[in-house]
Design a protein. Structure first.
Length: 74
């Protein structure tokens, strides 16, 4: 699936989930699996707002970077 095609998916039809570390009205983001294996990300406080879509490769690179501590300085 092409990157542009990821944004043709209706975000209201995705199964969004928050982290189990989210408490109450805390600032958080939500993730949803995409049909082609990618992941969508949105702001949980603005569910009808914009969202980002990542291909499976992009999402794997992000997860690997997180696990390796690449973003610990942020």
């Amino acid at each position: 699936m092409e990157k542009a095609d990821l944004y043709s998916i209706d975000p209201t039809r995705l199964s969004w989930q928050k982290s189990s570390f989210t408490a109450g009205d805390s600032q958080c983001f939500e993730l949803a699996p995409l049909p082609a294996g990618g992941v969508a990300v949105r702001d949980s406080k603005n569910p009808s707002g914009p969202h980002l879509c990542f291909t499976p490769g992009e999402w794997q690179a992000f997860k690997s970077g997180m696990a390796a501590g690449d973003f610990d300085n942020l």
